[in-house]
Each structure stands twice: as C-alpha cells, then as structure tokens.
Design a protein around this ligand. Structure first.
Ligand SMILES: [Fe+2]
Length: 306
C-alpha cells in the first residue's frame, strides 16, 4: 500500500472532522497541529505497514512509560532537536554567540537556597567522592561583566541521584542545588561533592526503548545551569565532564562543543574553570525561563551563608 492512501477523500474527511476543522469553537492553531500530527502518524502506519498489534503495543508503551517522559524525550533526540531549532531561528534573527544552550533535563527544582560568595552546594557527606571546585565569570556579548546575575546550579550526587528525586531517600532537600547571586564583577565560585554520571532506571520505559534500539542509557557526569540577569537572555545549559567515559556518547545528546571542560585533578579535588557568556535580551520575555512545567517545593530560606 502506498502512503497516498492517506490522501483519499475518506481519510482526509476523517482528518478534518477529527481535528474539528469545520467547527467554529476551539483553538485554530491546535486544530492545524493536531490535523498534521494525526496525518503524519497515519502516513507512518502505511509507510511501515504497522500492524494493529504493533500500534496498540506502542500505545501501551506510551501509557505505561508516561512517568519517564522527561527521559524519553531527550533519549529520542527530541530535546536536543529543540535546541538545534532554536539555534537555527536565532541565527536567522542574528542572535548567535555566547555560551551554547543545551537541554535542561527533567530534574530542576525551583526554590533552592539563594546564596552569595563561594557557595557550598553539598549538604550531605557523600563519602568517598572528590570535591568539585568550579569558578569563572558571566559576561555579556561585548565581554562586559554581567551585574546581578543569578546562577542556578544543580547536579547529581556520586551515586547519580538528584535530591528530591532520590529513591533511596537519603538526600537532604536541595542537596547539590543552589542559586548563587553574583555581584558587580559577574564572577562565580562554588564547591560541591563531585557528581557521577548516571543511567536511566534499569528496566524502565526509557531503558526498554534504548535496548530495543541497540543503544545505552548513560549520561556523563555533568552540572546543570540556568543563568539569569536583568537585560540578558536566560541561558539554559550544562557542562559535561570531558574526562568521563560517556563525554562524547551521551544518551540524552546534551554534550555540545564548548560545553565539555576537562577537570584539572589534584588529589581528591577536581577543578573546572568555565566562563559563561550571555546574549542580550531582545525583549522582556527573553529574560525569563521557558514555561516548561518543573518540580516545585516550598521555598528554602532566602539567604544562607555560603
Ligand atoms: Fe542531569
């Protein structure tokens, strides 16, 4: 069967009706997107001659795997694609430059303690791991120091678990999570218990998909950032450890050129010097976060001595 089957009047009328095209109510943009989405799935079914059994297997996978959607999306490359698409649109609008964006991932939690100075991110002991020291500056497109920036930083512990999402229940809330308020010089510094890379939950929906694709579900050790400052575009990015075995083989496709520093290791300490460069905000909306839904817990105390 040829995909032109989807273009037959009967199927086209079905698509129009299903997307509410001829109904006066509803959201016109959603109607157009739903119609195209449904038509694309139909064409996929014909192109690959997907059987009824296979179709319902896929529906069951999506229903059962809904809890891991935050991992399935990066694992399939879709989250990185969004970065590539935003980069391409920026380039078209003449907005290139600065530290590359890369995926946020699903594990940010709003309300981390706001601290100043050389921040300690780690509350819990996390015995046996090294101490990470990270320092650098936040500048604007002309190299100017960005004033009053807030660096949101979060990472896993040495077992690869994030506070608030740790199934062992062993981590203090906001362990390895802070918001660091910078001064006029735009310089930041923090230290923490060095994170490890991690894999998707064994046997879970993402793991099943990766196995079926002949892939692994590992991420290199990494540190996530949001950087916000008045007058500048909020940057969503992360650095991956350049000496991690998965540095260039990240299942989530977060590794990008320019975001792969190799830590300098001395004894039990790892040092990373990394400077961030922000783009100037085109308008007020540019300064904020995307409206992606994120975990939120009761806000921590506003200020804490670092
Ligand atoms: Fe992460």
């Amino acid at each position: 069967m040829n995909v032109s089957f989807v273009k037959t009047p009967e199927v086209q009328q079905l698509l129009d009706k299903a997307a509410g095209i001829n109904e006066s109510g509803g959201n016109p943009r959603l109607k157009a997107i739903m119609r195209d989405l449904t038509e694309s799935v139909m064409e996929l079914i014909v192109r690959h001659d997907i059987s009824e059994n296979e179709f319902w297997l896929a529906m069951k996978y999506l229903a059962d795997g809904a809890g891991e959607i935050g991992l399935i999306v990066p694992g399939t490359g879709m989250e990185h694609f969004l970065d590539l698409y935003m980069d391409a649109k920026d380039a078209e609008a003449g907005l290139s430059g600065g530290t590359p964006r890369t995926i946020e991932g699903p594990l940010y939690v709003a309300g981390a303690p706001l601290v100043e100075g050389n921040a300690n991110l780690s509350v819990d002991p996390d015995e046996g791991t090294h101490v990470l020291h990270m320092t650098g500056s936040v500048t604007g497109p002309d190299g100017e120091a960005v004033e009053n920036a807030i660096v949101h930083v979060w990472h896993a512990n040495s077992k690869g678990w994030y506070s608030h999402f740790d199934p062992t229940g062993e981590q203090t809330p906001f362990n390895n999570r802070r918001r660091i308020k910078l001064g006029k010089d735009g310089c930041y510094a923090f230290h923490s218990k060095q994170p490890s890379g991690y894999s998707v939950p064994p046997g879970g929906a993402t793991d099943q998909l990766m196995s079926a694709l002949g892939r692994h579900g590992n991420r290199p050790a990494h540190v996530h950032f949001f950087i916000e400052a008045p007058g500048y575009r909020t940057l969503t990015t992360q650095i991956n450890f350049g000496d991690d075995p998965f540095a260039n083989d990240d299942f989530a496709f977060a590794t990008r050129a320019g975001l792969l520093p190799v830590p300098s290791r001395q004894g039990d300490s790892a040092y990373i010097a990394f400077d961030f460069q922000l783009q100037r905000a085109a308008d007020h909306g540019d300064e904020g976060f995307s409206s992606r839904s994120r975990a939120e817990v009761d806000a921590a105390p506003e200020t804490e001595t670092a």
